[in-house]
Design a protein around this ligand. Structure first.
Ligand SMILES: Nc1ncnc2c1ncn2[C@@H]1O[C@H](COP(=O)(O)OP(=O)(O)OP(=O)(O)O)[C@@H](O)[C@H]1O
Ligand SMILES: [Mg+2]
Length: 384
């Protein structure tokens, strides 16, 4: 027996066909690019789970349809800097290969990659809209704003001709990333900002209701359950919709495992003990294998020390035994520290000092959380 109609629709990969309460932002963005002619730089700003990435994807999909009807050769190209771009070179390479896997066959410099891309687009009369997500993360991890300069000045770098890049959308949570840009970068970035304000309680309710209709069988989730999920999302997760979706997903699985044909408030309560905003399913899915091992080692170390903090040594010891257990090669210290830092940059762990490392979850909930996390990470490893 299942409570779900379409469980996958609650996972981060899924893009809903509409986003209630984001029509204004969607239409604005769509109207800016619908004529496929101007090169405009736009920023989307707002806190976690306010629908920025989904809005960009949805507009990209609508522009694809519109282009098909209008016989315009067009592609929406999305890159996530947190997940795909350790360096400028890797970023440009990733953009180029999303346009066409076969473009670059020899090794070239980062600048040359952009040159090749522009020439390719002009030759084929292909237009692209580029969405660059998590720019704040990239700039703040000290990699600077060089890419902002490059991507906003493509027109100038390549002469006066149009470049076929009809626009660049920079997406960020935290507007302070712009403080580190120099004045040339700031000026080419411009100041067209679409702000994504947090959803209010009624909006969260509508959105949760909409997502429940798609994901669950009729009658499996009552109004009071939807209200409860919405309340928790507003009060404990600053209206981050990702939290609501995670909660529904886990509660649905718990209900299913019990053989129940309904999701109850009690199922939501149990799920809320396992779902935390600091570490979402989306985050876990994006981790590399090394990151999973080392986050798991941190969780095990914290659990076995029964302490709010552990040292780098404690984690390394646990990591070494995990590698033995999973018969995988132990990375050297330098690499280990790099991975630890990357987990810290992603907000998963908190490094106060080399002897004070923790996971970003309230201390009183740590033990329960660690058990669930160890389970989830264990599963993730088996599935990689
Ligand atoms: N208005 C909405 N209607 C339906 N689903 C929504 C809405 N807003 C957000 N969501 C869902 O919530 C999840 C988070 O949204 P999204 O990834 O777009 O947020 P974001 O603003 O990019 O957050 P972050 O800054 O953390 O990346 C997605 O699964 C998305 O489908
Ligand atoms: Mg996002």
């Amino acid at each position: 027996m299942s409570v779900f109609r379409d469980k996958e629709s609650l996972t981060p990969k899924y893009i809903p066909e509409k986003l209630p309460h984001r029509d204004k932002e969607i239409n604005l963005l769509y109207d800016l690019y619908r004529d496929f002619s101007y090169s405009r730089v736009i920023q989307l700003e707002g806190q976690a789970g306010t629908g920025k990435t989904s809005t960009a994807h949805l507009v990209g999909m609508r522009l694809n349809d519109h282009a098909n009807k209008e016989n315009v050769y067009f592609k929406y190209v999305y890159v996530n800097l947190k997940l795909e771009a350790p360096t400028r070179f890797v970023l440009y390479k990733s953009i180029v290969s999303k346009v066409d896997r076969g473009i670059v066959s020899r090794s070239v410099s980062a600048e040359e990659l952009l040159n090749i891309l522009i020439r390719y687009l002009v030759k084929r009369n292909l237009k692209i809209l580029l969405a660059v997500d998590e720019i704040d993360y990239y700039v703040k991890s000290l990699r600077g704003g060089g890419i902002v300069y490059d991507l906003t000045r493509l027109n100038e770098i390549y002469g006066e001709k149009p470049t076929n890049i009809i626009g660049v959308i920079f997406i960020s949570r935290d507007k302070s990333w712009k403080n580190v840009l120099n004045s040339a970068e700031k000026s080419s970035l411009g100041n067209i900002v679409i702000e994504f304000n947090p959803y209010n309680a009624e909006e969260v309710y509508d959105i949760v209701n909409f997502r429940v209709e798609k994901a669950f069988k009729r009658g499996a989730v009552s109004n009071s359950v939807i209200e409860y999920v919405s309340d928790l999302t507003v009060n404990y997760a600053n209206s981050d919709i990702r939290y609501a979706l995670d909660l529904l997903y886990y509660a649905g699985i718990i209900a299913e495992n019990e053989g129940s044909n309904r999701v109850t408030v009690e199922h939501i309560r149990t799920a809320s003990g396992n779902v935390f905003r600091s570490i979402t399913t989306e985050d876990l899915m994006s981790l590399t294998r090394d990151e999973i091992y080392i986050l798991l080692a941190t969780a095990i170390a914290l659990k076995s020390k029964r302490n709010a903090y552990v040292s780098i040594e404690d984690i390394y010891d646990e990591y070494a035994s995990l590698c033995e257990q999973y018969q995988t090669r132990l990375k050297n210290r330098r690499k280990f520290i790099e991975v630890l830092e990357s987990l810290s940059n992603k907000g998963m762990i908190d490094i106060r000092s080399i002897t004070k490392i923790s996971i970003n979850v309230p201390v009183e909930k740590l033990e329960k959380f660690l058990d669930a996390l160890i389970n989830r990470l264990d599963n993730a490893l088996h599935n990689k």
